[in-house]
Design a protein around this ligand. Sequence first.
Ligand code: NDP
Length: 286
Amino acid sequence: MPGFRPELVGSLSEGAQGNPTGVMMEAAFAHHRIDARYVNVEVAATDLAAAVAGARAMGFVGCNVSMPHKVSVIAHVDGLAPSAAAIGAVNCVIRRGGELVGENTDGIGFLRSLQSVRDPKGARVVLLGSGGAARAIAVELVRAGAASITVVNRTPARGQKLAAALYEHLGFAAMVEPWPGVHRPAPGTDVVVNATSVGLFAPHAMVPVDLASLAPGAVVADVVYNPVVTRLLREAARVGARPLDGLGMLVHQGAAAVQRWFGIEPDTAVMRTALESAMQAYQSPA
Ligand code: NDP
């Protein structure tokens, strides 16, 4: 019998105003006739415990967790899925029976986006950045059989820490290179990933990387999705590399969350179309 109580999911973050996730989630719900609502909630760090307790009390099926709560939320869930444990951060909470399980779908989202253009197996990867996104991406690239990962980060100690975590959790020896000026990927590099926040809301900013050494068809991926076409991706196209935008990662990490919450593999094309229209409206307000 149809009822009047939708299932609840949502997002807990600071800066919720700029987070377009709800648009693609609700597009997926409408398309697949999932009776659910996605509420995008602004939660201060000091209120995180209460917000998670509230979601628990109200029977949320789950929620996304975004900046700056991805690590601190670990203290408020009942357990971690293996990916979240290896990554050390949670972006998706799932209710399983009476328990809340922390999962991380950022890396899976990146991987699925990459798989739309090439197989990560055997890839020689340069990973720019060592924050939460970089760590999630690195873990899934290792699991998917990447041949090598060279970590390049502005703060060298953080790059070393990422490499140490990959070795500790997955027995994978990543290389770490300093980033004193412009990074030049070694010839033979198959994939360059910008996992820093450089370029976010800054169409003219680009991480200091020289793409001239890349062979035609090498992939240059950006995690930044606003703007969708970053300066790095424009430069990649100019040198004959294959640009991969951050919107694909965003859509696929969201699709993985929908699958875990509702057991349905959503149509990612529907989600991407909804997101693109919303982002266009966001970028060019009337
Ligand atoms: P973190 O704060 O954890 O990490 C930021 C990273 O960017 C660090 O490696 C930092 O280096 C580096 N960085 C920042 N400014 C500069 C700079 N001026 N020059 C060089 N390096 C710099 O953030 P996250 O990893 O969580 O997020 C990174 C980006 O990924 C954000 O733009 C976020 O929006 C995006 N993202 C996209 C997703 C998607 O689905 N497309 C999902 C998740 C995140 P250092 O260590 O030296 O500070």
